[in-house]
Write a protein that binds this ligand. Structure first.
Ligand code: SF4
Length: 381
């Protein structure tokens, strides 16, 4: 059995680890590229969400590499995510591929079914061993999330452009071989130390921007053109509201984000008091939280046509007014181009710089356009 799953940001580190522990032959799809999206867009309904098109592209590329068993996360309403697996399977069968399709439903929807799914991949697997395995792989996933989170902050202060990205690559390689709980703990410490060792100018004045929105767009750098790596070198300190291990944790304690789901929902309640699917409610709650924490601005990312995020988008003007915080909304589909995105982001950063109104911003006329060489001049975080 050769098993494959679509990519979702850095989830593959955890899957590498999990399948190795389970003794499953894992066919990792090639990294997502324009070719992947072109394949997915060609075979998917035009109005399907962008993540579905990328999933289809990943699956086709994995099948071409010999995968014969495909796993897709399941789910339920109110948005279209719960139908993804069914639609994707139909598309791939219509294309003539022969494979076994497994929907992995959420743990909370049935613990026995969840266990049986893994047992079908690794016959003889006991519940105890599955639990131990998931715990170990999950803790490794947390360690990866921690280094990515730290890099979003360090990059704004780096002295030599690109140092944080280079350190991140090194830190990843420290974590990859970690296997026992002790090794994972040690690897987590060591990898964070590598990121922290990046030469930083801590006196630099930086902007503080929150990134919120639909989970796939936030987690998968290909889908957002590596937005975080565009913003960081402009001197923008970033926090984002969705992290892969927070997203898959059954209790949604949001350990990486730092704010539990319940608090985020309370913050959203005056504007949106019920679940609209995806991260719609969380987007609103996170904007309120970030505004209260003194962020300079927010960028909301969504796939074109995403129902939950479009609901959030219609509420955002009221949140912006009441919390006095600028929000830039960016919708993505297969037609979106990088140049247009960069122009909009630069203009937004310019606006935030002007808004801060610091004397350095005015004196230095530091614009986001030349931010590649000059940092916007702003008050310190
Ligand atoms: S959250 Fe939005 S993009 Fe994601 S599956 Fe639901 S509707 Fe599609």
């Amino acid at each position: 059995m050769k098993v494959s799953c679509p990519h979702m940001g850095h989830l593959h580190w955890m899957l590498d680890d999990l399948f190795e522990r389970l003794g499953v032959d894992y066919v990792k799809p090639p990294p997502t590229t324009t070719k992947t999206l072109t394949i997915g867009a060609k075979h998917s309904p035009e109005f399907a969400c962008l993540p579905l098109k990328i999933n289809v592209g990943n699956f086709v590329e994995a099948l071409e590499l010999g995968a014969d068993t495909l796993i897709m996360a399941g789910g339920h309403g109110p948005c279209r995510f719960g139908y993804y697996g069914i639609v994707e399977e139909r598309i791939l069968r219509d294309l003539g591929y022969d494979f076994k399709f497994i929907m992995l439903e959420p743990f909370d929807d049935g613990k026995w079914a969840f266990y049986k799914t893994f047992e079908s991949l690794s016959p003889g697997l006991s519940i105890r061993k599955l639990w131990k395995t998931l715990k170990a792989s999950f803790s490794k996933g947390r360690a990866f999330d921690e280094i990515y989170k730290r890099s979003l902050q360090v990059r704004a202060y780096e002295v030599n452009r690109g140092d944080t990205t280079r350190a991140l690559k090194e830190a990843e390689q420290v974590l990859v071989p970690a296997y026992t709980p002790e090794e994972i703990e040690e690897g987590a410490r060591e990898s964070l130390a590598i990121i922290d060792a990046v030469d930083q100018d801590l006196d630099r004045e930086v902007l503080k921007v929150g990134i919120v929105g639909e989970f796939f767009l936030l987690l998968e750098p290909f889908s957002n053109f590596g937005l975080e790596e565009i913003l960081g070198p402009m001197g923008v300190y970033i926090e984002r509201s969705v992290w892969v291990t927070d997203w898959i944790a059954p209790n949604r304690d949001n350990k990486i984000y730092g704010f539990p789901k319940q608090l985020v929902e309370e913050k959203a309640a005056p504007y949106l008091s019920h679940n609209v699917g995806g991260e719609g409610r969380e987007t609103i709650g996170s904007i309120v939280l970030m505004a209260e924490r003194g962020f300079d601005g927010i960028i909301q990312l969504l796939p074109f046509g995403c129902m939950p995020e479009n609901i959030a988008t219609s509420i955002i003007p009221k949140v912006q007014r009441e919390h006095d915080i600028p929000v830039l909304t960016l919708a993505f589909d297969e037609q979106t181009g990088r140049a247009g995105l960069v122009t909009r982001v630069e203009a937004f950063v310019d606006l935030l710089v002007a808004r801060r109104g610091s004397k350095l911003a005015l004196a230095g006329a530091a614009t986001a356009t030349d931010a590649a060489t000059k940092q916007p001049s702003l008050s310190k975080i």
